[in-house]
Design a protein around this ligand. Structure first.
Ligand SMILES: Cc1cc2nc3c(=O)[nH]c(=O)nc-3n(C[C@H](O)[C@H](O)[C@H](O)COP(=O)(O)O)c2cc1C
Length: 305
């Protein structure tokens, strides 16, 4: 095995190891990004930021589910103008790539936020397309190939940084959305965001979350996420960042075998910030055991006929 077996170059980013912090887990501050980098993450993705500051939904915003959590934070964020200062500060300190996750309610919104985040020094932009589209209340931008394509095209014009599109699993066929993102110019895909879910209290007989519905994450969604990665890798050559329920090296390796080149870890970080180190160590041991020179050697192997 080569000494740099864990490092990976993918979609214009070079990581020391194939793990990233998933968006939304450690907020917006340089201190928390630095903590995550120090605990072994190969890159950090920020919580999603939009044009204007937003307070988010009323409490409760998170509820425990079996083998996971359901959250409906409502995208609380300081807005890109204030957050740009934090991006600049983070870039002076962080020694790992900083991916800025952005959201919007129209293609123009996305383009403006992407432009400002790029100017502030983001190493890449990740599009969170799971937020509702105002003109089509209830539907997510990431559920419509047409809207998704418009957003990706506009952002592509606004930035020359690597563009990662994070796909929603709340669709009938995720490969149709993957195709729309790829044809519109995505450099990589993050697969997947949370699954739409609900929790109900039997005593009060009402939904628990302030927003009624939220997104399920954690171990419960791993098989779904893995299937989405597998389906996309089966049809397209684009780099895939696997995300959903990853908590140990074995989970990460399953995603590589399904076709991902990098993995993101979210919910598991809340339980154990050291998870990046233990996953990386486990991947290294696995590669050695299988006589693989690098992660690239095992990407997509589960597709062998
Ligand atoms: C509390 C919480 C907040 C999140 N916020 C965001 C966000 O702002 N933007 C986004 O794209 N994804 C967000 N996510 C989704 C995660 O990035 C990830 O896609 C999802 O949780 C699945 O990965 P996991 O099972 O490892 O947590 C959030 C997830 C959680 C649990």
């Amino acid at each position: 095995m080569e000494s740099n077996a864990l490092s990976i170059s993918c979609a214009g980013l070079t990581l020391n190891n194939p793990t990233m912090l998933a968006s939304g887990i450690m907020g917006y501050s340089t201190e928390s990004f630095q903590r995550i980098a120090n605990s072994g993450a190969g890159a950090v993705v920020t919580k999603s930021v939009g044009i204007q500051p937003r307070v988010g939904y009323v409490n409760p915003t998170v509820v425990q589910a079996e083998s996971g959590i359901i959250n409906a934070m409502g995208l609380p964020n300081p807005g890109i103008t204030i957050f740009s200062e934090e991006i600049k500060f983070s870039k002076m300190i962080l020694r790992v790539p900083l991916v800025v996750s952005i959201f919007g309610y129209s293609a123009e919104d996305y383009a403006e936020v992407a432009k400002k985040a790029s100017e502030a020094g983001a190493d890449a932009i990740e599009l969170n397309v799971s937020c509702p589209h105002v003109k089509q209340t209830g539907a997510e931008i990431g559920q419509s190939p047409k809207l998704l394509s418009e957003v990706v095209q506009q952002v592509k014009i606004a930035t020359n940084k690597p563009l990662i599109v994070k796909l929603s699993p709340n669709v009938t066929d995720i490969t149709i959305l993957a195709q729309a993102a790829i044809e519109a110019g995505a450099d990589a895909l993050t697969v997947i965001n949370t699954l739409k879910a609900i929790a109900i209290d039997v005593e009060t007989q009402t939904p628990i979350l302030g927003n009624i519905k939220g997104g399920l994450s954690g171990a419960a969604i791993k098989p779904v996420a893995l299937r989405c990665v597998y389906d996309i890798a089966d049809q397209f050559k684009i780099p895939i960042i696997g995300c959903g329920g990853i908590k140990n090296w074995r989970d990460a390796v399953e995603f590589f075998l399904a076709g991902a080149s990098i993995v993101q870890i979210g919910t598991a970080v809340a339980d154990n910030i050291e998870v990046f180190q233990s996953i990386t160590k486990g991947i290294e041991n696995y590669l050695r055991k299988k006589n693989a020179r690098s992660v690239k050697d095992i990407v997509g192997l589960a597709h062998r006929k």
